[in-house]
Write a protein that binds this ligand. Structure first.
Ligand SMILES: [Zn+2]
Length: 339
């Protein structure tokens, strides 16, 4: 991940005025037109330690850079994991043009539950890791381990898959792991790139959906969701395209007591992340849970695109918080549909 984009702030603001159906009411509670379940919904407990172990396992493969052996081995392992957790798995392989005119053997991994259900939620993350440590001061040409940038989102989604396998959910869930998110070329200030070199896997998926006519009610993208002291404000593109679902997720975090991580304030930064292409091309309203430090001089976490992005920055507590919010959102969403 990628650059902060300052495009279309005016469009964002217009969009906010035009479509903000989910304003809180005067006592601060969220109003919603969907039927509220009368009984408490049974939500399985998310295990942060288990998610941590799934991050560790990925890191143990080494950097997961496309066209390398660890990348290939990790793909096979991810396929095996999801199949073991009872999902229908599609490995979407394609040879695509890389950022430097190279050819990249790309694999998006799609794990689906209840594939025939029309009520569906998309959960996604990228699973590749950056081939260079260009934000580091040393060994800049070497790949990073990507424990947080890549590994954390996948770790949370593997744990969700494990939970679904033992706690059936009456809704369709598609876990999509995008490849080739993080191999983009850093843009020189003032220059406009001929094409977006980040998020190539999600661009491919959005243009070649794994099932014809695929639809989901909404999507949630996880990117850098596992570090100690992470901070997840409401990111700009998410608000622009998926405001009501941003409220649904952040209200759930508030209810669960995680407002220290899921800060309630809006953030004017817009991040070119996979959700941008899912929104723009696949037209599925999708939000991004992404670690954005408060200090705006610093784009992302201090370890971002450096060799510090290893297991030492990963916190089972942060993984637990993000996973618990996600688990509550999906099981409660499924119950809404039922009643
Ligand atoms: Zn990155």
């Amino acid at each position: 991940m990628k650059a902060i984009q300052l495009i279309s702030l005016s469009i964002l603001l217009l969009g906010l005025v035009a479509c903000d159906p989910d304003k809180p009411n005067t006592n601060g509670n969220h109003t919603n037109t969907t039927t509220v379940p009368s009984e408490p919904v049974k939500v399985p407990a998310f295990d942060g330690k288990s998610a941590y172990d799934f991050v560790q396992k990925q890191v143990d493969f080494g950097p997961r850079v496309p066209n390398t052996e660890p990348h290939k081995k990790c793909a096979a392992w991810l396929q095996e994991q999801f199949q073991g957790f009872g999902a229908e798995v599609i490995m979407q392989n394609a040879m695509i043009d890389g950022p430097k005119g190279d050819k990249i053997n790309m694999t998006n991994i799609i794990a689906s539950y209840n594939p025939a259900h029309t009520h569906r939620v998309l959960l996604c993350a990228h699973w590749d890791t950056r081939s260079v440590a260009d934000e580091d001061t040393v060994r800049q040409d070497e790949p990073i381990l990507g424990a947080d940038d890549g590994g954390s989102g996948v770790g949370v989604l593997l744990e969700i898959a494990r939970l679904i396998s033992t706690n059936p959910i009456d809704m369709g869930i598609d876990i999509v792991l995008f490849d080739v998110e993080d191999q983009g070329i850093r843009q020189t200030k003032g220059l406009v790139a001929k094409r977006e070199t980040w998020c190539l896997g999600s661009q491919y998926w959005a243009n070649h959906l794994h099932k014809e006519g695929y639809k989901a009610k909404f999507g949630i993208l996880l990117d850098m969701v596992g570090s100690t002291g992470a901070r997840f404000p409401k990111e700009g593109i998410s608000i622009k395209f998926a405001a009501r679902y941003v409220d649904q997720v952040w209200n759930e975090a508030l209810n669960l007591g995680y407002s220290d991580l899921f800060v309630q304030g809006k953030d004017n930064r817009q991040i070119t992340d996979d959700h941008f292409f899912v929104n723009q091309i696949a037209k599925i309203p999708t939000l991004d849970i992404i670690n954005l430090p408060e200090n705006t001089n610093q784009a992302f976490g201090h370890y971002w695109h450096t060799h510090q992005d290893n297991m030492s920055v990963i916190s089972p507590h942060t993984l637990h918080a993000v996973g618990s919010v996600l688990t509550n959102v999906i099981y409660k969403e499924a119950a809404k549909h039922d009643r």
